[in-house]
Design a protein around this ligand. Structure first.
Ligand code: ADP
Length: 479
């Protein structure tokens, strides 16, 4: 018996027919069945969120704090179970699934705290006798559209600030990972959210997501996903003159200089490029390595890759789980073939692996002698595939690192303060790491990128307020 999970609209669980959620480690394992909303239900969810907005936006900090704190506590208490479900539906390892779940709890905890720390400003006007108050208000109905690669953390870092700041939400998760999405909505619902404040509409992006984009009653959209869909969100949002925020792809460089600590550099590359099966928008997909350390770096990295345990996400020994589905697996293989056709050497991996159960297993792949002009170096692959680009010196490394349509994260491995400092200042990325993997960020500080990676205000931490509130300036003549 698999569970049948319904959508939450105006405080009621609704829906009958739906789609199945398949475990990528074992395609014979059905995680559950999920209702699939249509245009009409999306409309009902938006109407419910609109109706709930006036009361929720005036509810006061304590009501919001109570719900968010309760949700944080329940997520933390159930981290093993929720983390396991996450690993089962997405394919990241058990440790990664539990780690991501803990992070979701921490995010709800952080934003519970934010409800109590709201502030405003009072300043004198330039006109005598007049006072000015600068306050922040909720934006309204927020549409939240999320991808499959962080099934609980990304919904958490959008839903928590949206609710904390008094907005109401229509949430559309990715079709591949509805269980984690359903679970946090269930937890928030039981934590005492008034009806209509948070609505869940699982279903197709082209139907439910598009209906949200087309609605004049959605006042803001926060989106994480592909560049193509992000552009649709942008165009539709301009049409409706609504706020929008996009987090899209990355082609993140990790620079390794001759003076790097080799062990640190290899750790950073291994983690950044291949952990979470390389399915992170912050993954290090371009390893830009100076000539003096290049061969030692490649040899040491291959040695570590050889030892990686690739297998069922739920097996405690596994270090790299399967690719999320057949489409993504084909995309990974296609890009490896493109890289080789364009002249790179497949120095390691890249082949499908058989395991005890049928799943989408791919041996992490390393392309060497790649150039930055190759499609495999310019386009996001979103899998366990990294390219090594050989450069002469720091100046060339920086130029290659910045020569990309994306700008989410970047990293440098060096023991030189001069180069580390210069790189932090001159890297055209939203987040820069020194002697750390390009992936792996804290939840209490801003997250976001530049160029083709991101658009709009930053997510996470106090900076999330920029998107989820709007500023009001009020003047009072006191005589
Ligand atoms: P990914 O490659 O990460 O799946 P997508 O951009 O296809 O990226 O999907 C990210 C999210 O956007 C998913 O929840 C998906 O259902 C949704 N989505 C896809 N197409 C549309 C659309 N036309 N309008 C709104 N949302 C969409």
């Amino acid at each position: 018996m698999t569970a049948f999970r319904k959508n939450l609209i105006d405080g009621e669980w609704v829906g009958d027919a739906g789609s199945r959620n398949i475990n990528p480690s074992d395609t014979g394992d059905v995680v559950g069945e999920y209702a699939s909303a249509g245009v009409e239900q999306a409309g009902q969810a938006i109407a419910a969120a609109k109706a709930a907005f006036p009361a929720w936006s005036r509810s006061g900090p304590l009501a919001r704090h109570a719900v968010l704190k309760k949700a944080a506590d329940e997520i933390m208490a159930r981290k093993d179970e929720l983390g396991r479900n996450l690993a089962r539906e997405e394919g990241k390892t058990l440790a990664e699934g539990i780690g991501e779940t803990i992070r979701a709890a921490q995010i709800f905890d952080f934003f519970a705290g934010e409800t109590l720390r709201l502030s405003g400003e009072v300043v004198p006007s330039v006109r005598p006798g007049v006072g000015v108050e600068i306050t922040r208000e909720a934006v309204g109905v927020v549409g939240i559209i999320t991808p499959w690669n962080f099934p609980i953390a990304i919904p958490a870092w959008k839903i928590a600030p949206a609710l904390a700041h008094g907005n109401t939400v229509v949430f559309k998760p990715a079709e591949l990972v509805p269980e984690s999405a359903w679970s946090i909505v269930d937890i928030l619902h039981r934590a005492g959210l008034p009806k209509g404040v948070l609505n869940l509409v699982m279903g197709k992006g082209s139907v439910v997501g598009q209906a949200m984009l087309d609605s004049p009653d959605v006042n803001a959209v926060s989106f994480t996903g592909s560049v193509g869909t992000g552009k649709r969100v942008a165009a539709a949002s301009v049409e409706h003159m609504r706020k929008f925020q996009l987090e899209m792809g990355g082609k993140n460089p990790l620079v390794v200089l001759d003076d790097a600590d080799l062990a640190v550099a290899v750790d950073c590359a291994l983690n950044g490029a291949f952990f979470s099966t390389g399915q992170r928008c912050t993954a290090s997909s371009r390893l830009i390595v100076t000539n003096g350390i290049h061969d030692r770096f490649v040899d040491a990295l291959k040695e570590r890759m050889e030892k990686l345990v690739i297998g069922d996400a739920l097996d405690a020994q596994t270090q790299i789980g399967p690719v999320v589905d057949a489409t993504q697996l084909k995309q990974d293989e296609d890009y490896i073939a493109i890289g080789v056709r364009e002249g790179a050497t497949l120095a390691f991996g890249g082949e499908r692996l058989d395991r005890k159960t049928p799943g989408f297993y791919l041996k992490p792949a390393l392309l060497t002698e790649a150039t930055n002009a190759m499609r495999s170096s310019r386009e996001e692959i979103f899998g366990p595939v990294a390219s090594v680009i050989r450069v002469q010196d720091y100046d060339e490394a920086l130029a290659v690192a910045n020569d990309t349509p994306f700008g989410l994260t970047s990293g440098i491995c060096t023991t030189s303060l001069k180069h580390a400092t210069h790189f932090k200042r001159n890297s055209e990325a939203g987040m820069v790491m020194v002697n750390l993997p390009t992936a792996g960020v804290d939840f209490h500080v801003p997250f976001g990128g530049r160029k083709g990676s991101s658009f709009g205000p930053r997510e996470q931490g106090r900076y999330a307020m920029e998107f989820y509130t709007t500023v009001k300036t009020a003047y009072t003549f006191a005589g």
